[in-house]
Design a protein around this ligand. Structure first.
Ligand code: C2E
Ligand code: MG
Ligand code: MG
Ligand code: MG
Length: 292
């Protein structure tokens, strides 16, 4: 266990830290192999309109089932892929695969639904973003209006002028930009006036707190109001229970994402449930709030 020596200085040696560092280096090597052998999959979670539960878009979420370790959470492997720049190659596969899948779903009739892809700050920094995204759209046949990029608030506020310019050019082609995990990046709300965005995804933290703490309900209300004043679409992340859904709906938030509606699902499950049943609506797996 790390200890302070009384002057607030941390000693860096401890068995647990040794284990963490070993796992970290182990996972970098394993990631490298997994990327080379294309061992990742994508899961898809619907974001639905609060009024009729029609699907606005699917968020693609990376999944890694390691042959020995079993499933490893993206919350663990994405930061490691970012540190090692492996996210560039992995993210390239993710964008291609997400666009390819949505293009196939469009051809199967689910043609009002969009696809969103999480983009890391490392990718923005190292890639010619405009060319990369437009090339991938061209290769997969997905129209730009069917693609949405999710970028965290902290990445967006630190983005260079060149990146902002690329994102603006993509928007002119019809690609939409969502600020992910909004409210956790410590940006001032005034930053919203300058960023190239279409959608605000309010972090789960606010949704969790709002039903139990009236102050958070007020914060949630003012984020959603400001977003609406700026003509942005507002999404509530991580809605798990009916009381959260009711609150969010009463605040006039446009869309919800969360286990209450559906967990992230494999492409096979999405295809069989959504396409075979009722195309642009979600057929429910979760708790029955949204019978189409
Ligand atoms: P995120 O982009 O904010 O994605 C939403 C996360 O919340 C997903 O976790 C999703 O499964 C989870 N979630 C959705 N609804 C609920 C709910 O009702 N309750 C709870 N407890 N969780 C819910 P996941 O798939 O584990 O991904 C975690 C994070 O890893 C993502 O957060 C994103 O930051 C990152 N990530 C995942 N896939 C990718 C990817 O393809 N590229 C990049 N750059 N990052 C990714
Ligand atoms: Mg996201
Ligand atoms: Mg998020
Ligand atoms: Mg998040």
């Amino acid at each position: 266990r790390a200890k302070t020596d009384g002057r607030g200085i941390f000693r860096v040696y401890s068995p647990e830290m040794g284990n963490k560092i070993r796992r970290y280096h182990y996972l970098i090597e394993e990631l490298r192999l997994a990327i080379a052998s294309q061992s990742f999959t994508l899961s898809f979670q619907p974001i639905v309109n609060v009024d009729d539960f029609s699907i606005d878009y699917f968020e693609s979420l990376a999944r890694w089932n390691h042959p020995v370790e079993g499933p490893i959470s993206p919350a663990e492997f994405i930061p490691i892929a970012e540190d090692s720049n492996l996210i560039i190659e992995l993210g390239n596969w993710i964008l291609f695969e997400a666009c390819r899948q949505m293009s196939a779903w469009h051809n199967a009739g689910m043609n009002k639904v969009k696809m969103s892809v999480n983009i890391s700050g490392i990718q923005l920094k190292h890639l010619p973003v405009y060319e990369w995204v437009t090339d991938t759209l061209a290769k997969t046949g997905l129209p730009p209006t069917a693609l949405l990029l999710e970028i965290t608030e902290s990445c967006l506020i630190h983005a260079s002028e060149k990146i902002i310019d690329d994102l603006e050019r993509l928007r002119q082609q019809g690609v939409q930009i969502a600020i992910d995990d909004f409210g956790t990046g410590f940006s001032s709300l005034s930053a919203l006036g300058n960023l190239p965005v279409d959608i605000i995804k309010i972090d789960k933290l606010f949704i969790d707190q709002a039903t139990i703490n009236p102050k958070y309900e007020k914060i949630l209300n003012s984020i959603s109001d400001l977003g609406k004043q700026l003509d942005l679409k507002i999404v509530a992340e991580g809605v798990e229970v009916a009381s959260q859904f009711e609150l969010v709906k009463n605040l006039g938030i446009h869309c919800v994402q969360g286990f209450l509606i559906s967990r992230p699902e494999s492409s096979y499950n999405v295809g069989s449930k959504v396409i075979r049943n009722n195309l642009n609506h979600i057929a429910l797996t979760g708790t029955g709030v949204c019978t189409p």
